[in-house]
Design a protein. Structure first.
Length: 242
């Protein structure tokens, strides 16, 4: 608990988490407002459409997560952390836990805020009546949390803010989609790309009936990818100099 408290204090005494949190909320809720205002009457009937901006919000969260660790490497405070806590795995897991929890909260507030705003602005019935509809909203926070774990792992591996942020953003926003352009096998590979699988988890339902994984399987796959990447980063962090 002491490690968690220390990491919480370190995180919230800097400005970047606050700005990133506000930006993520503004993006997700803002896109919901735009879509709700622009869609013709009677056409906004899919609850998942209220979460159109979640991908951009997730990108902001990944920036927040990457900065939470690369900033320590940049200013050398990670050495002080490792001197105070010789067990580097414990220190880094505490940081990961704090950032993931913050990401979960931001994601849930953003998702339900977007859905609530759309429900107020639109005459259509946007109530959460099915499991798939609940997942499309409540699942956003879970995806944000797992995405933050991936970003932290990348930050531990690269240790430089610009490099880590560039990598996670380019991969999440561009690389996976470009994989579809590979002749013959591109679509098959794309079906197993982690962020595409996470999107399948959120959208789910009949529209994803042809997906290789169920909604539960998609979440497990994305979580497994995040866990494997985190384990690799912890192994590397323990083997090299701070």
């Amino acid at each position: 608990m002491t490690l968690l408290a220390v990491e919480r204090i370190k995180l919230f005494t800097t400005r970047s988490p606050w700005w990133c949190a506000l930006a993520a909320l503004a993006v997700v809720i803002g896109f919901a407002a735009i879509i709700s205002g622009a869609a013709p009457a009677g056409e906004l009937t899919d609850v998942s459409l209220t979460q159109f901006g979640y991908g951009f919000g997730m990108a902001v969260i990944m920036v927040l997560a990457a900065l939470s660790v690369t900033t320590e490497y940049r200013f050398g405070t990670i050495r002080t952390t490792f001197q105070a806590v010789p067990n580097r795995t414990s220190a880094l897991l505490a940081k990961t836990g704090v950032v993931a929890m913050l990401s979960l909260v931001i994601g849930e507030v953003a998702a339900f805020g977007a859905w609530g705003l759309a429900s107020v602005m639109r005459p259509e019935d946007l109530m959460l009546n099915t499991t798939a509809e609940w997942i499309s909203v409540a699942g956003v926070g879970v995806v944000f949390a797992l995405a933050s774990v991936i970003a932290i792992a990348v930050g531990i591996l690269i240790r430089h803010s610009a490099g880590a942020i560039s990598l996670v953003l380019i991969y999440a926003l561009a690389v996976e989609n470009l994989i579809q352009l590979i002749p013959k096998i591109g679509k098959d590979i794309y079906d197993w790309m982690p962020f595409h699988v996470a999107d399948r988890f959120l959208t789910g339902g009949p529209a994803a009936a042809d997906a290789p994984l169920s909604q539960a399987g998609s979440l497990a796959y994305f979580a497994g990818f995040a866990l494997v990447l985190l384990v690799i980063s912890l192994v590397v962090a323990n083997k090299r100099d701070a």
